[in-house]
Each structure stands twice: as C-alpha cells, then as structure tokens.
Design a protein around this ligand. Structure first.
Ligand code: URA
Length: 329
C-alpha cells in the first residue's frame, strides 16, 4: 500500500512545553526547533510518514522537524499534560502566564528571555547571626580577680581554640594557702575528663614523689599547668595558646604566693623561665621568678613524671631535684 506523500514539506514541530524547556536547557533547542516563518502554524500530519522522523537518543521524546509551512491540516491538539513534580509550579499555570507575556505558549518569559545559566536563589539572610559581646583580653580580665573569680574565668575561657575541644578547663587543685606550686604542661585525657590536674598515671607518680619529701596536694602543694585546656591528641601547645593562657598562671602565682615553684618538664620550664635552654641545663640549680608585684620566687626545674614513666632510670635525678627543693625551706 502506498502512503500519501506530503513529505516534501516537513511537518511542524510538536513538542510540549516541558520538552522545549528541556531542549533549551541542554542547548539543543536551535537544532531541534528551527523557527517556522511567521505565517506558519505548527501542524501535525495525522497519517504516518508524511514527514521526516528524526532519530533521537533513547531518553529523548521524538519530535518532528518543520522546514516550511505545511498543508493546512487539523489544528494541533493541546500539548500533553506534563508530569508534575512535587513542589514545582504546575507547568499549566506558568504556561498561561507566559502566553500573556510573550505570546508563545508554554514557556515562561523568565526562561525564554534568559541568556545565562539559571539564576541562583538569593542566599537566605542568617537568622541566627549572634552579635558577640566585645572580648576583654585575658590579661586585663584577671587583674583584680581573686582565686574563685579566676577559676570561673578559666572555666568559661574562650581565648584560644583549645576551648572547642575541651571537656573541662583544668584550673588547678591543692592546698590554699600553699607552700609549693607545682606547674606542669597541660591537661591530658584523664585531666580533661575529670577537670583536675595530674590525675592519670603521671599524677600517681607525682603524688608518690611529693610524699617522699613529706608533701601532699591536700595540705602543702597546689598543682596547675601552663595551659589550662587539653591540646588535641596531647600535641605541644602553640605559641598563641601559651600567650592566651599564661596570664592565668601569672595571676595564680600572684595570688597563691608560693614559697617555691617546682616546674615539671621542658615545656613548662622554658615557658615560665622565658628561655629555650634544655632541661638538662635548667635542672640542678635554683632559678628565680620575679612577679609583677616585685616578689622573687625560687624555681626548681625537674623532669616531667610522664618522662620518668618512660625513662625510670632518670628518677634518681628527679629525686635530687626534690631534695634541692625541700632543702630550701
Ligand atoms: N601532664 C601535665 O603536664 N599536666 C597534667 O595535668 C597531666 C599530665
């Protein structure tokens, strides 16, 4: 059977609004939709092959290319209702609005006239932007604090990044008034959990060492650290963390007025004495710390208990350091 041959003039495009938007989005609209002359109306030839079918990728709906005005045939049926997407504006509504605006069915003017990529939504103004109170530098805040107020300041401190990872800021613990001030480096994991200094294995060794010279944290010694919050993974404190935290230690010294200070480990010794000398060269003699109030406090340097746990043969030297400290009473 021979089919009617009207194919010399290809048929009109027949795509629904969604398809047209899609073609535009993937940059193929010009290929698929060569515009018809002004007078032409898109028409569909009802019988089979009266026009050139265009092969299309699997996922793309077949369309028919219109070259010139076709024979007058039946008016095109209304475009098929597009699938709806939850939350999307129904295409039918935008189509009506756009027909009013641009005389072309189906495609919103905002999309038709667009030249660049789809506009991004305006960023939402942050509703919960918090206005921070001005920060008072630690050195200023501690100036007139008594010991209880100082403890509260340490517990609430956000002067450096270490506050982000801490469970507890560790102010210090011990006798007040005190005879000795013992200064370590920074809280470890156990200290961070419990909020007290030297409570892990190092702390047990420290208590035993103090007991050997007749001292205890309950009656004679106050124990604290240069840094009040645990550095993540027990890494060395950074210079800015030391700078932010050291006013607390200086105020503790000013308030406690200890007879002497026992500094444990290289880091604490170098920080307190303001030197980068080795611990080997710092221990075995008495240093002096001048306070802002004009007092001079004797300082004895010894090994950190954590080091002594790793190197027990050094305990003999630590014992000499303790005896040096005790002799000076
Ligand atoms: N190491 C320190 O330096 N300080 C502590 O409080 C505990 C371990």
């Amino acid at each position: 059977m021979s089919l009617p041959t009207v194919a010399a003039k290809p048929a009109a495009p027949r795509i629904n609004p969604l398809q047209r938007i899609w073609l535009r989005e993937i940059g193929m609209e010009r290929l698929w939709m060569r515009p018809a002359p002004a007078a032409a109306r898109p028409v569909v030839v009802p019988q089979a092959p009266v026009s050139k079918p265009v092969s299309v990728p699997d996922a793309m709906p077949a369309v028919v290319v219109q070259d010139t005005a076709p024979l007058p045939v039946a008016p095109a049926p209304a475009p098929a209702a597009p699938p709806t997407v939850a939350g999307a504006v129904p295409v039918a509504e935008t189509a009506v609005a756009s027909r009013r605006a641009n005389g072309r069915p189906g495609i919103p003017a905002s999309i038709l006239n667009r030249t660049g990529p789809p506009p991004r939504p305006e960023p939402k103004a942050a509703e919960d932007d918090v206005v921070e109170a001005p920060r008072i530098p630690v050195a200023e805040a501690v100036k007139n604090a008594n010991l209880d107020e100082l403890r509260e300041q340490v517990v609430a401190c956000t002067a450096c990044g270490l506050c982000d990872g801490r469970r507890h800021a560790v102010f210090g613990q011990g006798a007040t008034p005190t005879r000795w001030l013992v200064v370590g480096e920074a809280p470890g994991e156990q200290e961070d959990r419990q909020g007290h200094p030297f409570v892990g294995r190092s702390g047990q060794l420290l208590d035993a060492m103090l007991a050997a010279v007749g001292m205890s944290r309950e009656t004679d010694v106050f124990i604290t650290n240069v840094i009040k919050c645990r550095p993540p993974g027990n890494r060395n404190p950074k210079p800015e963390e030391i700078a932010a935290c050291s006013p607390y230690l200086m105020r503790q010294i000013a308030l406690l007025k200890p007879e002497r200070i026992l500094v444990l480990g290289r880091f604490a010794a170098q920080t307190l004495l303001g030197t980068d000398a080795t611990i080997g060269s710092l221990r075995g003699r008495v240093h002096s710390l001048k306070t802002d109030e004009g007092a001079e406090i004797p300082v004895i340097v010894s090994y950190h208990p954590a080091y002594l746990l790793r190197s027990p043969s050094e305990k003999a030297r630590a014992w000499q350091d303790l005896k040096l400290a005790s002799r000076m009473v």
